[in-house]
Write a protein that binds this ligand. Structure first.
Ligand SMILES: *[C@@H]1O[C@H](CO)[C@@H](O)[C@H](O)[C@H]1NC(C)=O
Ligand SMILES: *[C@@H]1O[C@H](CO)[C@@H](O)[C@H](O)[C@H]1NC(C)=O
Ligand SMILES: *[C@@H]1O[C@H](CO)[C@@H](O)[C@H](O)[C@H]1NC(C)=O
Length: 266
């Protein structure tokens, strides 16, 4: 993994050309509803069901945009703030914390409307640069066994790229159905650029529509899990080989900090 951190411009250009036929990873709620009715019980793509509430930072996001409803994922980094992808922006967003099986009315769930939607100012929906967004909740999340924050790495913090995974409620195959339960898969990080992380699971393992905005979690120093990336995009067919792209959270440490301070004091 000594090549981590080098900037492979050719490869990036290629990925970005592929992304002309973008797979941004949100899905419409209608697809989710179909999914909830007929979940076959497999995969994120080739993943496994997460142990219930083992990732208490996970947020399921329901997004309203004009007349459409979409879903994405996000993660709690502060009792008042969720981090997600900028391509998940909409007019109104509701966050579901403490969820595992979305078809169940779980007592652990905290459903909190988003008060302030803060996409990165330079987010570009063609190139998908700066695909990061902060959500300020209408009120603080109550920290419980099922709802808790995850820390993010600061700009210079080293982390172990060998133990990484991603979780989500997204589709279990291209044109398939959403998962009612949280699913997870291990990811190998191949390399990083200044603001993005490129990686993929073995075989077909990886993310799909509806996993957008969820965290790429790797172990940091002393094995503490850290949210190092944000699910951004990949090839149009989720099963196709090739890297998927994650926004590199550490590159936005200053931006996140600035926005949290500004919003908290407003
Ligand atoms: C999720 O909950 C629904 C409704 O209770 C249930 O039918 C379904 O089997 C559950 N899914 C899993 C994978 O446990
Ligand atoms: C998904 O559906 C689209 C449109 O119906 C189709 O063109 C495409 O081939 C399908 N992809 C897969 C992997 O089934
Ligand atoms: C990324 O890593 C995976 C697993 O090690 C490997 O199968 C894949 O070929 C790599 N992809 C690229 C583009 O380097």
């Amino acid at each position: 993994m000594s090549d981590l951190g080098y900037k492979d411009m050719d490869y990036k250009a290629k990925v970005q050309k592929q992304s002309a036929m973008l797979r941004v990873y949100w899905i419409t709620i209608t697809a989710v509803c179909v999914g909830l009715a007929g979940v076959s019980g497999d995969k994120i793509i080739d993943g496994t069901e997460a142990k219930a509430h083992s990732r208490p930072y996970m947020a399921y996001l329901r997004i309203r945009n004009c007349k459409n409803m979409f879903s994405c994922d996000g993660f709690l980094i502060h009792p008042n703030f969720i981090l997600t992808a900028a391509h998940c922006q909409g007019e109104r967003i509701t966050a579901f914390l403490g969820a595992h099986n979305l078809s169940n009315n779980e007592r652990s769930q905290q459903v909190i409307p988003v008060e302030k939607i803060i996409p990165h100012e330079c987010y570009n929906e063609i190139t998908l640069v700066d695909d990061i967004m902060l959500l300020m909740l209408k009120h603080r999340a109550r920290i419980t066994c099922e709802v808790n924050t995850i820390s993010i790495p600061n700009r210079n913090e080293p982390f172990n790229f060998h133990k990484c995974s991603v979780a989500g409620w997204g589709l279990t195959k291209t044109n398939g159905t959403g998962s009612s339960v949280l699913r997870e898969v291990n990811i190998n990080v191949n390399f990083t650029s200044q603001s993005e992380i490129f990686g993929r699971g073995s075989g077909k393992k990886g993310t799909c529509y509806g996993d957008s905005g969820g965290p790429l979690v790797c172990s940091g120093t002393s094995n503490m899990p850290k949210a190092v990336g944000i699910v951004s995009y990949g090839s149009k067919r989720c099963e196709d080989p090739g890297n998927e792209v994650y926004t590199k959270v550490s590159a936005y440490w200053d931006w996140i900090r600035k926005k949290i301070i500004a919003s908290s004091s407003a």
